[in-house]
Design a binder for this molecule. Structure first.
Ligand SMILES: [Zn+2]
Length: 344
């Protein structure tokens, strides 16, 4: 490995050793006006969080909101993520792309509580050859506290890379965000399984032989909310999360029922039959290891939920809105089987 790599990893070790740093208090306590505005911005409405029967709790996925820097805010000098980003920028890895965001909530926050956050450098892995260019995966870990009580954790992973060519953003290409945007704009957590079938194109390179050097394999993130789904596909079952108390079916999976708020959940096995609600013909940008175009469908399952997945065995001109489709399973390797859709 190069001197540059050794320096990067030495810096990573030093910054990791700082542990939880860059501690910040939320600008305001958890408050109802911000909850109201956030619900509107997200297009959500729930009597649990707003209105006469509101419980005084905040939606858990607002965790980041309470400790955002505010317009024009800057991370503190000792921020481990930004320290690591600077090291990589100085080494020529100038571009950044968000890849994963995983949040864990310990409990609901309540109006009036004061939240603080810390940041730690969780890991630095690389160099890796990716479709975007050579880079390092940098994972940071935020922890939110009320007093000494841990209330939420977020693992956030970015790819910090050397762009292969001039950094021209092609139409439809994933956005390359500036570091500063990463610091000042908190995004809501990435939906997990909803995105999984969309990213599958990148995961289809055969794993029995080494992939081409520039193949960027994206895999769906598995966590406590989604593991059952991927266990299902591996077993040839298409599983839909269900709320045990009220029976509501939901997709993508999540920790709480959007109807009744209950955390107690199970799953049902779908028939695998559905109809095409909508679709796109993906012609650009290129997908490593795949011949374009590929067809991505939004499928209405007969159980009443919608899933995104590849439509296989069809030409673009053959697809029709409302056409019946049947799930099939494409085994990638021991760890991943993807659901795909064929004409019924
Ligand atoms: Zn429910």
């Amino acid at each position: 490995m190069s001197d540059s790599h050794d320096q990067i990893m030495a810096e990573a070790e030093r910054i990791q050793a700082l542990g939880e740093a860059a501690e910040r208090e939320g600008r305001d306590p958890v408050n109802q006006p911000t909850i109201n505005s956030w619900l509107e911005a997200m297009g959500l409405d729930s009597p649990r969080f707003r209105g006469p029967s509101a419980t005084g709790e905040a939606p858990p996925s607002m965790a980041q909101v309470w400790t955002m820097y505010g317009l024009g805010g800057r991370p503190p000098a000792d921020d481990p993520l930004h320290g690591m980003m600077r090291v990589l920028t100085d080494a020529g890895f100038t571009a950044v792309l968000g890849t994963n965001c995983e949040q864990t909530y310990e409990r609901y926050l309540r109006v009036g509580e004061q939240v603080r956050v810390t940041t730690a450098l969780d890991s630095v892995v690389g160099p890796k050859q990716t479709g975007m260019g050579e880079g390092y995966f940098v994972t940071s870990r935020n922890r939110w506290y009320v007093g000494d009580e841990l209330v939420a954790t977020m693992l956030f992973r970015v790819l910090k890379f050397k762009p292969k060519a001039a950094p021209v953003v092609e139409e439809g290409a994933p956005p390359v965000v500036e570091e500063v945007a990463l610091a000042t704009v908190s995004k809501p957590p990435t939906p997990v399984v909803e995105e999984a079938p969309v990213v599958e194109e990148g995961a289809l390179a055969p794993v029995s032989k080494p992939p081409p050097e520039d193949t960027f394999v994206l895999r769906p993130m598995k966590n406590r909310d989604t593991q059952f789904f991927w266990d299902g596909t591996a077993a040839g079952e298409l599983r839909i999360q269900t709320c045990n108390p009220c029976g509501h079916l939901r997709f993508p999976p999540g920790p709480a029922c959007p109807d009744c708020g209950a955390l107690d959940r199970g799953h049902v096995v779908a028939s695998g039959r559905g109809t095409v609600f909508s679709y796109v013909v993906h012609r650009h940008p290129p997908v490593p290891g795949r011949e374009l175009p590929i067809l991505i469908g939004l499928v209405d399952l007969e159980e009443g939920v919608r899933m995104v997945g590849e439509l296989v065995g069809l030409e673009p001109d053959d697809v029709r809105i409302g056409m019946p489709v049947q799930v099939d399973f494409r085994r990638i390797d021991d760890d991943l089987t993807l659901p795909v859709w064929r004409t019924a």
